[in-house]
Design a protein around this ligand. Structure first.
Ligand SMILES: [Zn+2]
Ligand SMILES: [Zn+2]
Ligand SMILES: [Zn+2]
Length: 341
């Protein structure tokens, strides 16, 4: 993530909608991938220093969950990112307002990195065949209105589904313990699920598919049976020798999605390190091998910084040679996906 500043010079976060120094309105312009300082022109319109006019996304105006801008004359009332929403949690329940905000923020970070990587990204309203949509859904665990329903976070046929409870800190920590997934975050989920989506777009050539199966295994293996076995019998004892996480060992498709998620984590974190002058080069200009070398230093620093302030490791993962090869493969796959624009 880049560093952003208000026109007054004060640093601002990606999530800010006003400057705490000069009180100017701020918003994120996805077209320029930059935070914009805004002057109020009335009637919901705002202008930047260059004379561009914007409006805030309707989800920002009505629900305060979005700080993205849209061109003042755009046809949709939603920003680029909110146009991917299909279902949002029931906003008449107060706890859902905070959950939705958490989900939106994670989604924006995911979309930021996908745009940085120049990956194709179209919403499913504009492109029903190949586009992506998101459902943030409740079930019996969070609302009496959905008795006997159980919605799990996942991906199917162009739809990423996230159980709204994932955005609830208490519920997520409980699930972390139950499933042995100490690194469960909303952003981590979204990045993982986006991996399934991009796999569906990839349409690999026979040689690429052969290489995939060599590294990850045969993705045609019975998915239901593999997942049932994973949750019943647990992961193989020595999963750390070959996989990035225990869950990755459950099925080749999950291994791909886990590695994809980590690829995005690493890319974004290196980009942030570069923006803050902790890294000499932008990750975009580096080979995957160079990125992984840089990441072993930066992630160590990240963990030490976290320990310095009494927190656990931010990145408690080991990238062994097998995982490194899988990440190299994902780098190749991303090159191929870029040609699909
Ligand atoms: Zn300012
Ligand atoms: Zn929006
Ligand atoms: Zn998955």
């Amino acid at each position: 993530m880049n560093r952003f500043a208000c026109d007054c010079g004060s640093p601002v976060y990606f999530e800010n909608d006003f400057c705490i120094n000069c009180r100017s309105a701020l918003g994120y312009d996805p077209i320029r991938a930059d935070m914009v300082t805004l002057a109020d022109w009335g009637d919901g319109r705002y202008q930047d220093l260059l004379g561009n006019t914007f409006r805030y996304c309707a989800n920002g105006v009505e629900h305060a969950v979005c700080n993205w801008l849209r061109p003042a004359d755009s046809l949709s009332q939603f920003c680029q990112a909110c146009q991917f929403n299909r279902t949002i949690p029931d906003q008449s329940r107060t706890e859902n307002q905070e959950r939705w905000l958490v989900l939106e923020r994670a989604k924006k970070r995911l979309f930021y990195t996908l745009a940085q990587l120049n990956l194709p990204l179209l919403n499913g309203w504009a492109d029903p065949q190949r586009g992506l949509l998101l459902d943030f859904i409740e079930d019996a665990r969070s609302s009496d209105e959905y008795p006997e329903t159980f919605v799990s976070t996942g991906y199917l046929g162009g739809i990423i589904t996230v159980n709204a409870l994932e955005a609830d800190t208490v519920a997520r920590v409980t699930a972390q313990d139950e499933l042995g997934e100490s690194y469960r975050t909303v952003l981590g989920h979204l990045r993982h699920e986006s991996g399934h989506y991009y796999w569906s777009l990839l349409n690999p050539s026979p040689s690429l598919l052969a290489e995939f199966r060599l590294l990850f295994g045969d993705e045609r293996a019975d998915y239901r049976a593999a997942l049932d076995a994973h949750y019943k019998a647990g992961s193989p004892k020595h999963w750390k020798d070959r996989f990035i996480s225990a869950y990755a060992s459950s099925h080749p498709s999950e291994d791909w999605a886990e590695c994809w998620g980590h690829y995005l984590h690493i890319y974004d974190a290196l980009d942030t390190a570069w923006a803050h002058q902790l890294l000499g080069r932008q990750p975009e200009t580096m080979s995957m091998t160079e990125r992984l070398r840089a990441w072993s230093k930066i992630s160590l620093m990240l963990n030490e910084l976290n320990r310095s302030v009494g927190r656990g490791d931010a990145y408690p993962f080991v990238i062994n040679e097998f995982v490194a090869e899988k990440l190299e493969f994902i780098d190749l796959a991303i090159d191929r996906l870029r040609t699909l624009h």
